[in-house]
Design a protein around this ligand. Structure first.
Ligand SMILES: [Zn+2]
Length: 354
């Protein structure tokens, strides 16, 4: 077959349709395992990034992992032994160390004997304010009537934003998924525009920016207690728990590639030191905030001797992945059947009953 004819075949739509399921089957033969990413075990009416899994669904999901004997500690991913053709090994991870991880998720993990990793933002422990993205959601998506224009200084630049339709009058009642839906109105557009502008700022400027947006929206500075990060005492107690490992999630949760190597080092090494002191032993795992990393971040993680680092790239783990770029699958608020189907059909994990 000449290269030219081969490429004509590849461009044939009908052939592509046949090839796709074959490719999926070939993929399913590859040894693999999965790392599950959770943030909160809670229910919120407004949750644009799908961070919440309800306590009922989390309980059902953990019951399934327990029944199938599937749960392993993330340390198992340091080598390829965790990979097999049934994709029957899964690690549970939580990012950000929200208070509900301790108060709601941990008792469920204990009930089912599931090991889990909690990635901690060390300088956020004990904060009386929410993470900036939650405060932004409260100001822009949850508040009542908003002014139609916002003037704000971001990164030293004066910026003007406007809500171009009538959505400033009242919050929308139906759920919006910023992960996979375009903004449906001016309010949601404003949220996205501000999110993208704020994510790259240094932490102190992020706090100042959301404080200004809250003031503009007529909302109090402090958010509800249930959305706050855990306290130092809670995480210290967690570090000694037989089912739990804590991991590095930086000091302030910056978007690492938006900062120079010195600031990245301060964020990663500073968190490493704080958590090692808190836990009384070295921390052996890392998760990049927003899943974002670059060569500088990876080099710092390697220099610090942290053997495993996770991204938020949605894929299963195979022998191809580097240990400092392990992909993870974000778990959505699904019941046990939906969770099992998603693992099996979308990712060829837990494909066969044990
Ligand atoms: Zn995070």
């Amino acid at each position: 077959m000449t290269p030219r004819r081969f490429s004509a075949l590849r461009n044939n739509r009908a052939l592509r349709r046949i090839a796709r399921p074959i490719r999926r089957q070939v993929r399913a033969l590859r040894p693999r395992a999965g790392i599950l990413m959770y943030h909160r075990v809670a229910s919120e009416a407004v949750d644009p990034w799908n961070l919440c899994v309800s306590p009922e669904h989390f309980d059902a999901q953990m019951a399934l992992l327990a029944r199938r004997g599937a749960a392993v500690d993330l340390a198992a991913f340091a080598n390829d032994e965790v990979l097999d053709r049934t994709g029957s090994r899964l690690a549970v991870t939580f990012d950000d160390a929200y208070r509900d991880n301790l108060e709601v998720a941990l008792p469920i993990l204990e009930r089912h004997g599931i090991p889990a990793t909690f990635f901690v933002v060390s300088d956020a422990l004990g904060r009386s304010r929410e993470f900036w993205w939650d405060a932004l959601g409260r100001a822009v998506l949850e508040s009542g009537t908003l002014p139609t224009t916002l003037e704000i200084v971001l990164a030293g630049r004066e910026r003007r934003f406007a809500i171009a339709d009538d959505s400033a009058a009242a919050p929308t009642s139906t759920r919006w998924h910023a992960d996979w839906e375009e903004p449906r109105n001016g309010r949601e557009q404003l949220y996205m525009d501000l999110w993208h502008a704020i994510v790259a700022l240094p932490p102190v400027d992020q706090d100042a920016a959301v404080a200004e947006v809250l003031l503009w929206a007529g909302m109090p500075l402090a958010g509800p207690e249930r959305r706050r990060p855990a306290t130092r005492e809670q995480v210290a107690a967690l570090a000694g728990h037989p089912l739990v490992r804590i991991g590095n999630h930086t000091r302030h949760h910056p978007s690492l590639p938006d900062h120079d190597a010195a600031r990245q080092r301060d964020e990663i090494a500073g968190c490493q030191q704080a958590l090692t002191e808190l836990a009384g032993s070295p921390v052996d795992r890392m998760s990049y905030p927003f899943g974002r990393h670059d060569a500088a971040s990876r080099a710092i993680v390697a220099e610090l001797g942290i053997p495993i680092a996770c991204t938020s790239h949605p894929a299963v783990v195979t022998a191809r992945q580097l240990r400092h770029e392990l992909p993870r699958l974000q778990v959505l608020d699904r019941d046990a059947d939906g969770f099992a189907r998603w693992l099996r059909d979308d990712h060829a994990l837990l494909a066969r009953a044990a």
